[in-house]
Design a protein around this ligand. Structure first.
Ligand code: PNS
Length: 165
């Protein structure tokens, strides 16, 4: 049983994330999409909201499970007896960040393996931060997220103007 983990902040879950998750799910028996905490980022959505969002996006894909954890990624890796972590790579600047995380995770847990999947070219320069920025200014995010997520982003901005800061 080959279990891969696709970890991230997913704030919000984008079409880029959806593409990576679908492709990764074809490479393993079970893909665990793990909503985790990146302490360097301020989130717009709560962990629970991000879990709901990812579940809505991934509904109907039988070998994908969505969970959340406020632990080290290597601890989740051990807990699930995972075979690899999957991360999407958009650009060379992503690579530097990913190489640093990989180095730290491998030092903590030498069996740790990461697989990088290149992002779809047309989505290579969108990010959750850009999606939030565009939405804040009333721009069109419909080609960056699924309709349900678009709705959640707009609702969040209406109800919590503080997230606009
Ligand atoms: O989508 P992101 O923000 O690039 O994902 C980063 C994430 C959540 C995978 C990373 O911050 C993480 O693994 N957080 C869990 C805590 C941890 O293990 N930190 C050490 C990584 S070197």
């Amino acid at each position: 049983m080959k279990t891969f983990i696709f970890p991230g902040s997913f704030d919000p879950f984008s079409l880029g994330h959806l593409d990576i998750a679908k492709r990764a799910a074809q490479l393993c028996d079970k893909l665990v999409v793990a909503i985790m905490i990146n302490r360097a980022k301020k989130s717009m959505f709560t962990v629970e909201e991000r879990v709901e969002m990812a579940r809505v996006c991934l509904e109907g894909i039988p070998n994908i499970e969505v969970i959340s954890r406020e632990t080290l990624l290597v601890d989740l890796y051990r807990e699930l007896d995972a075979s690899a972590v999957v991360r999407g790579l958009r650009s060379e600047s992503d690579f530097r960040y990913e190489a640093e995380m990989n180095a730290a995770n491998t030092l903590m847990f030498p069996q740790y393996q990461v697989i990088f999947l290149p992002c779809r070219a047309d989505l290579a320069f969108t990010s959750s931060s850009i999606i939030k920025e565009v939405a804040y200014y009333g721009g069109d995010i419909s080609r960056m997220v699924v309709p349900a997520v678009e709705e959640m982003v707009h609702r969040k901005l209406e109800n919590n103007p503080v997230d606009k800061a």
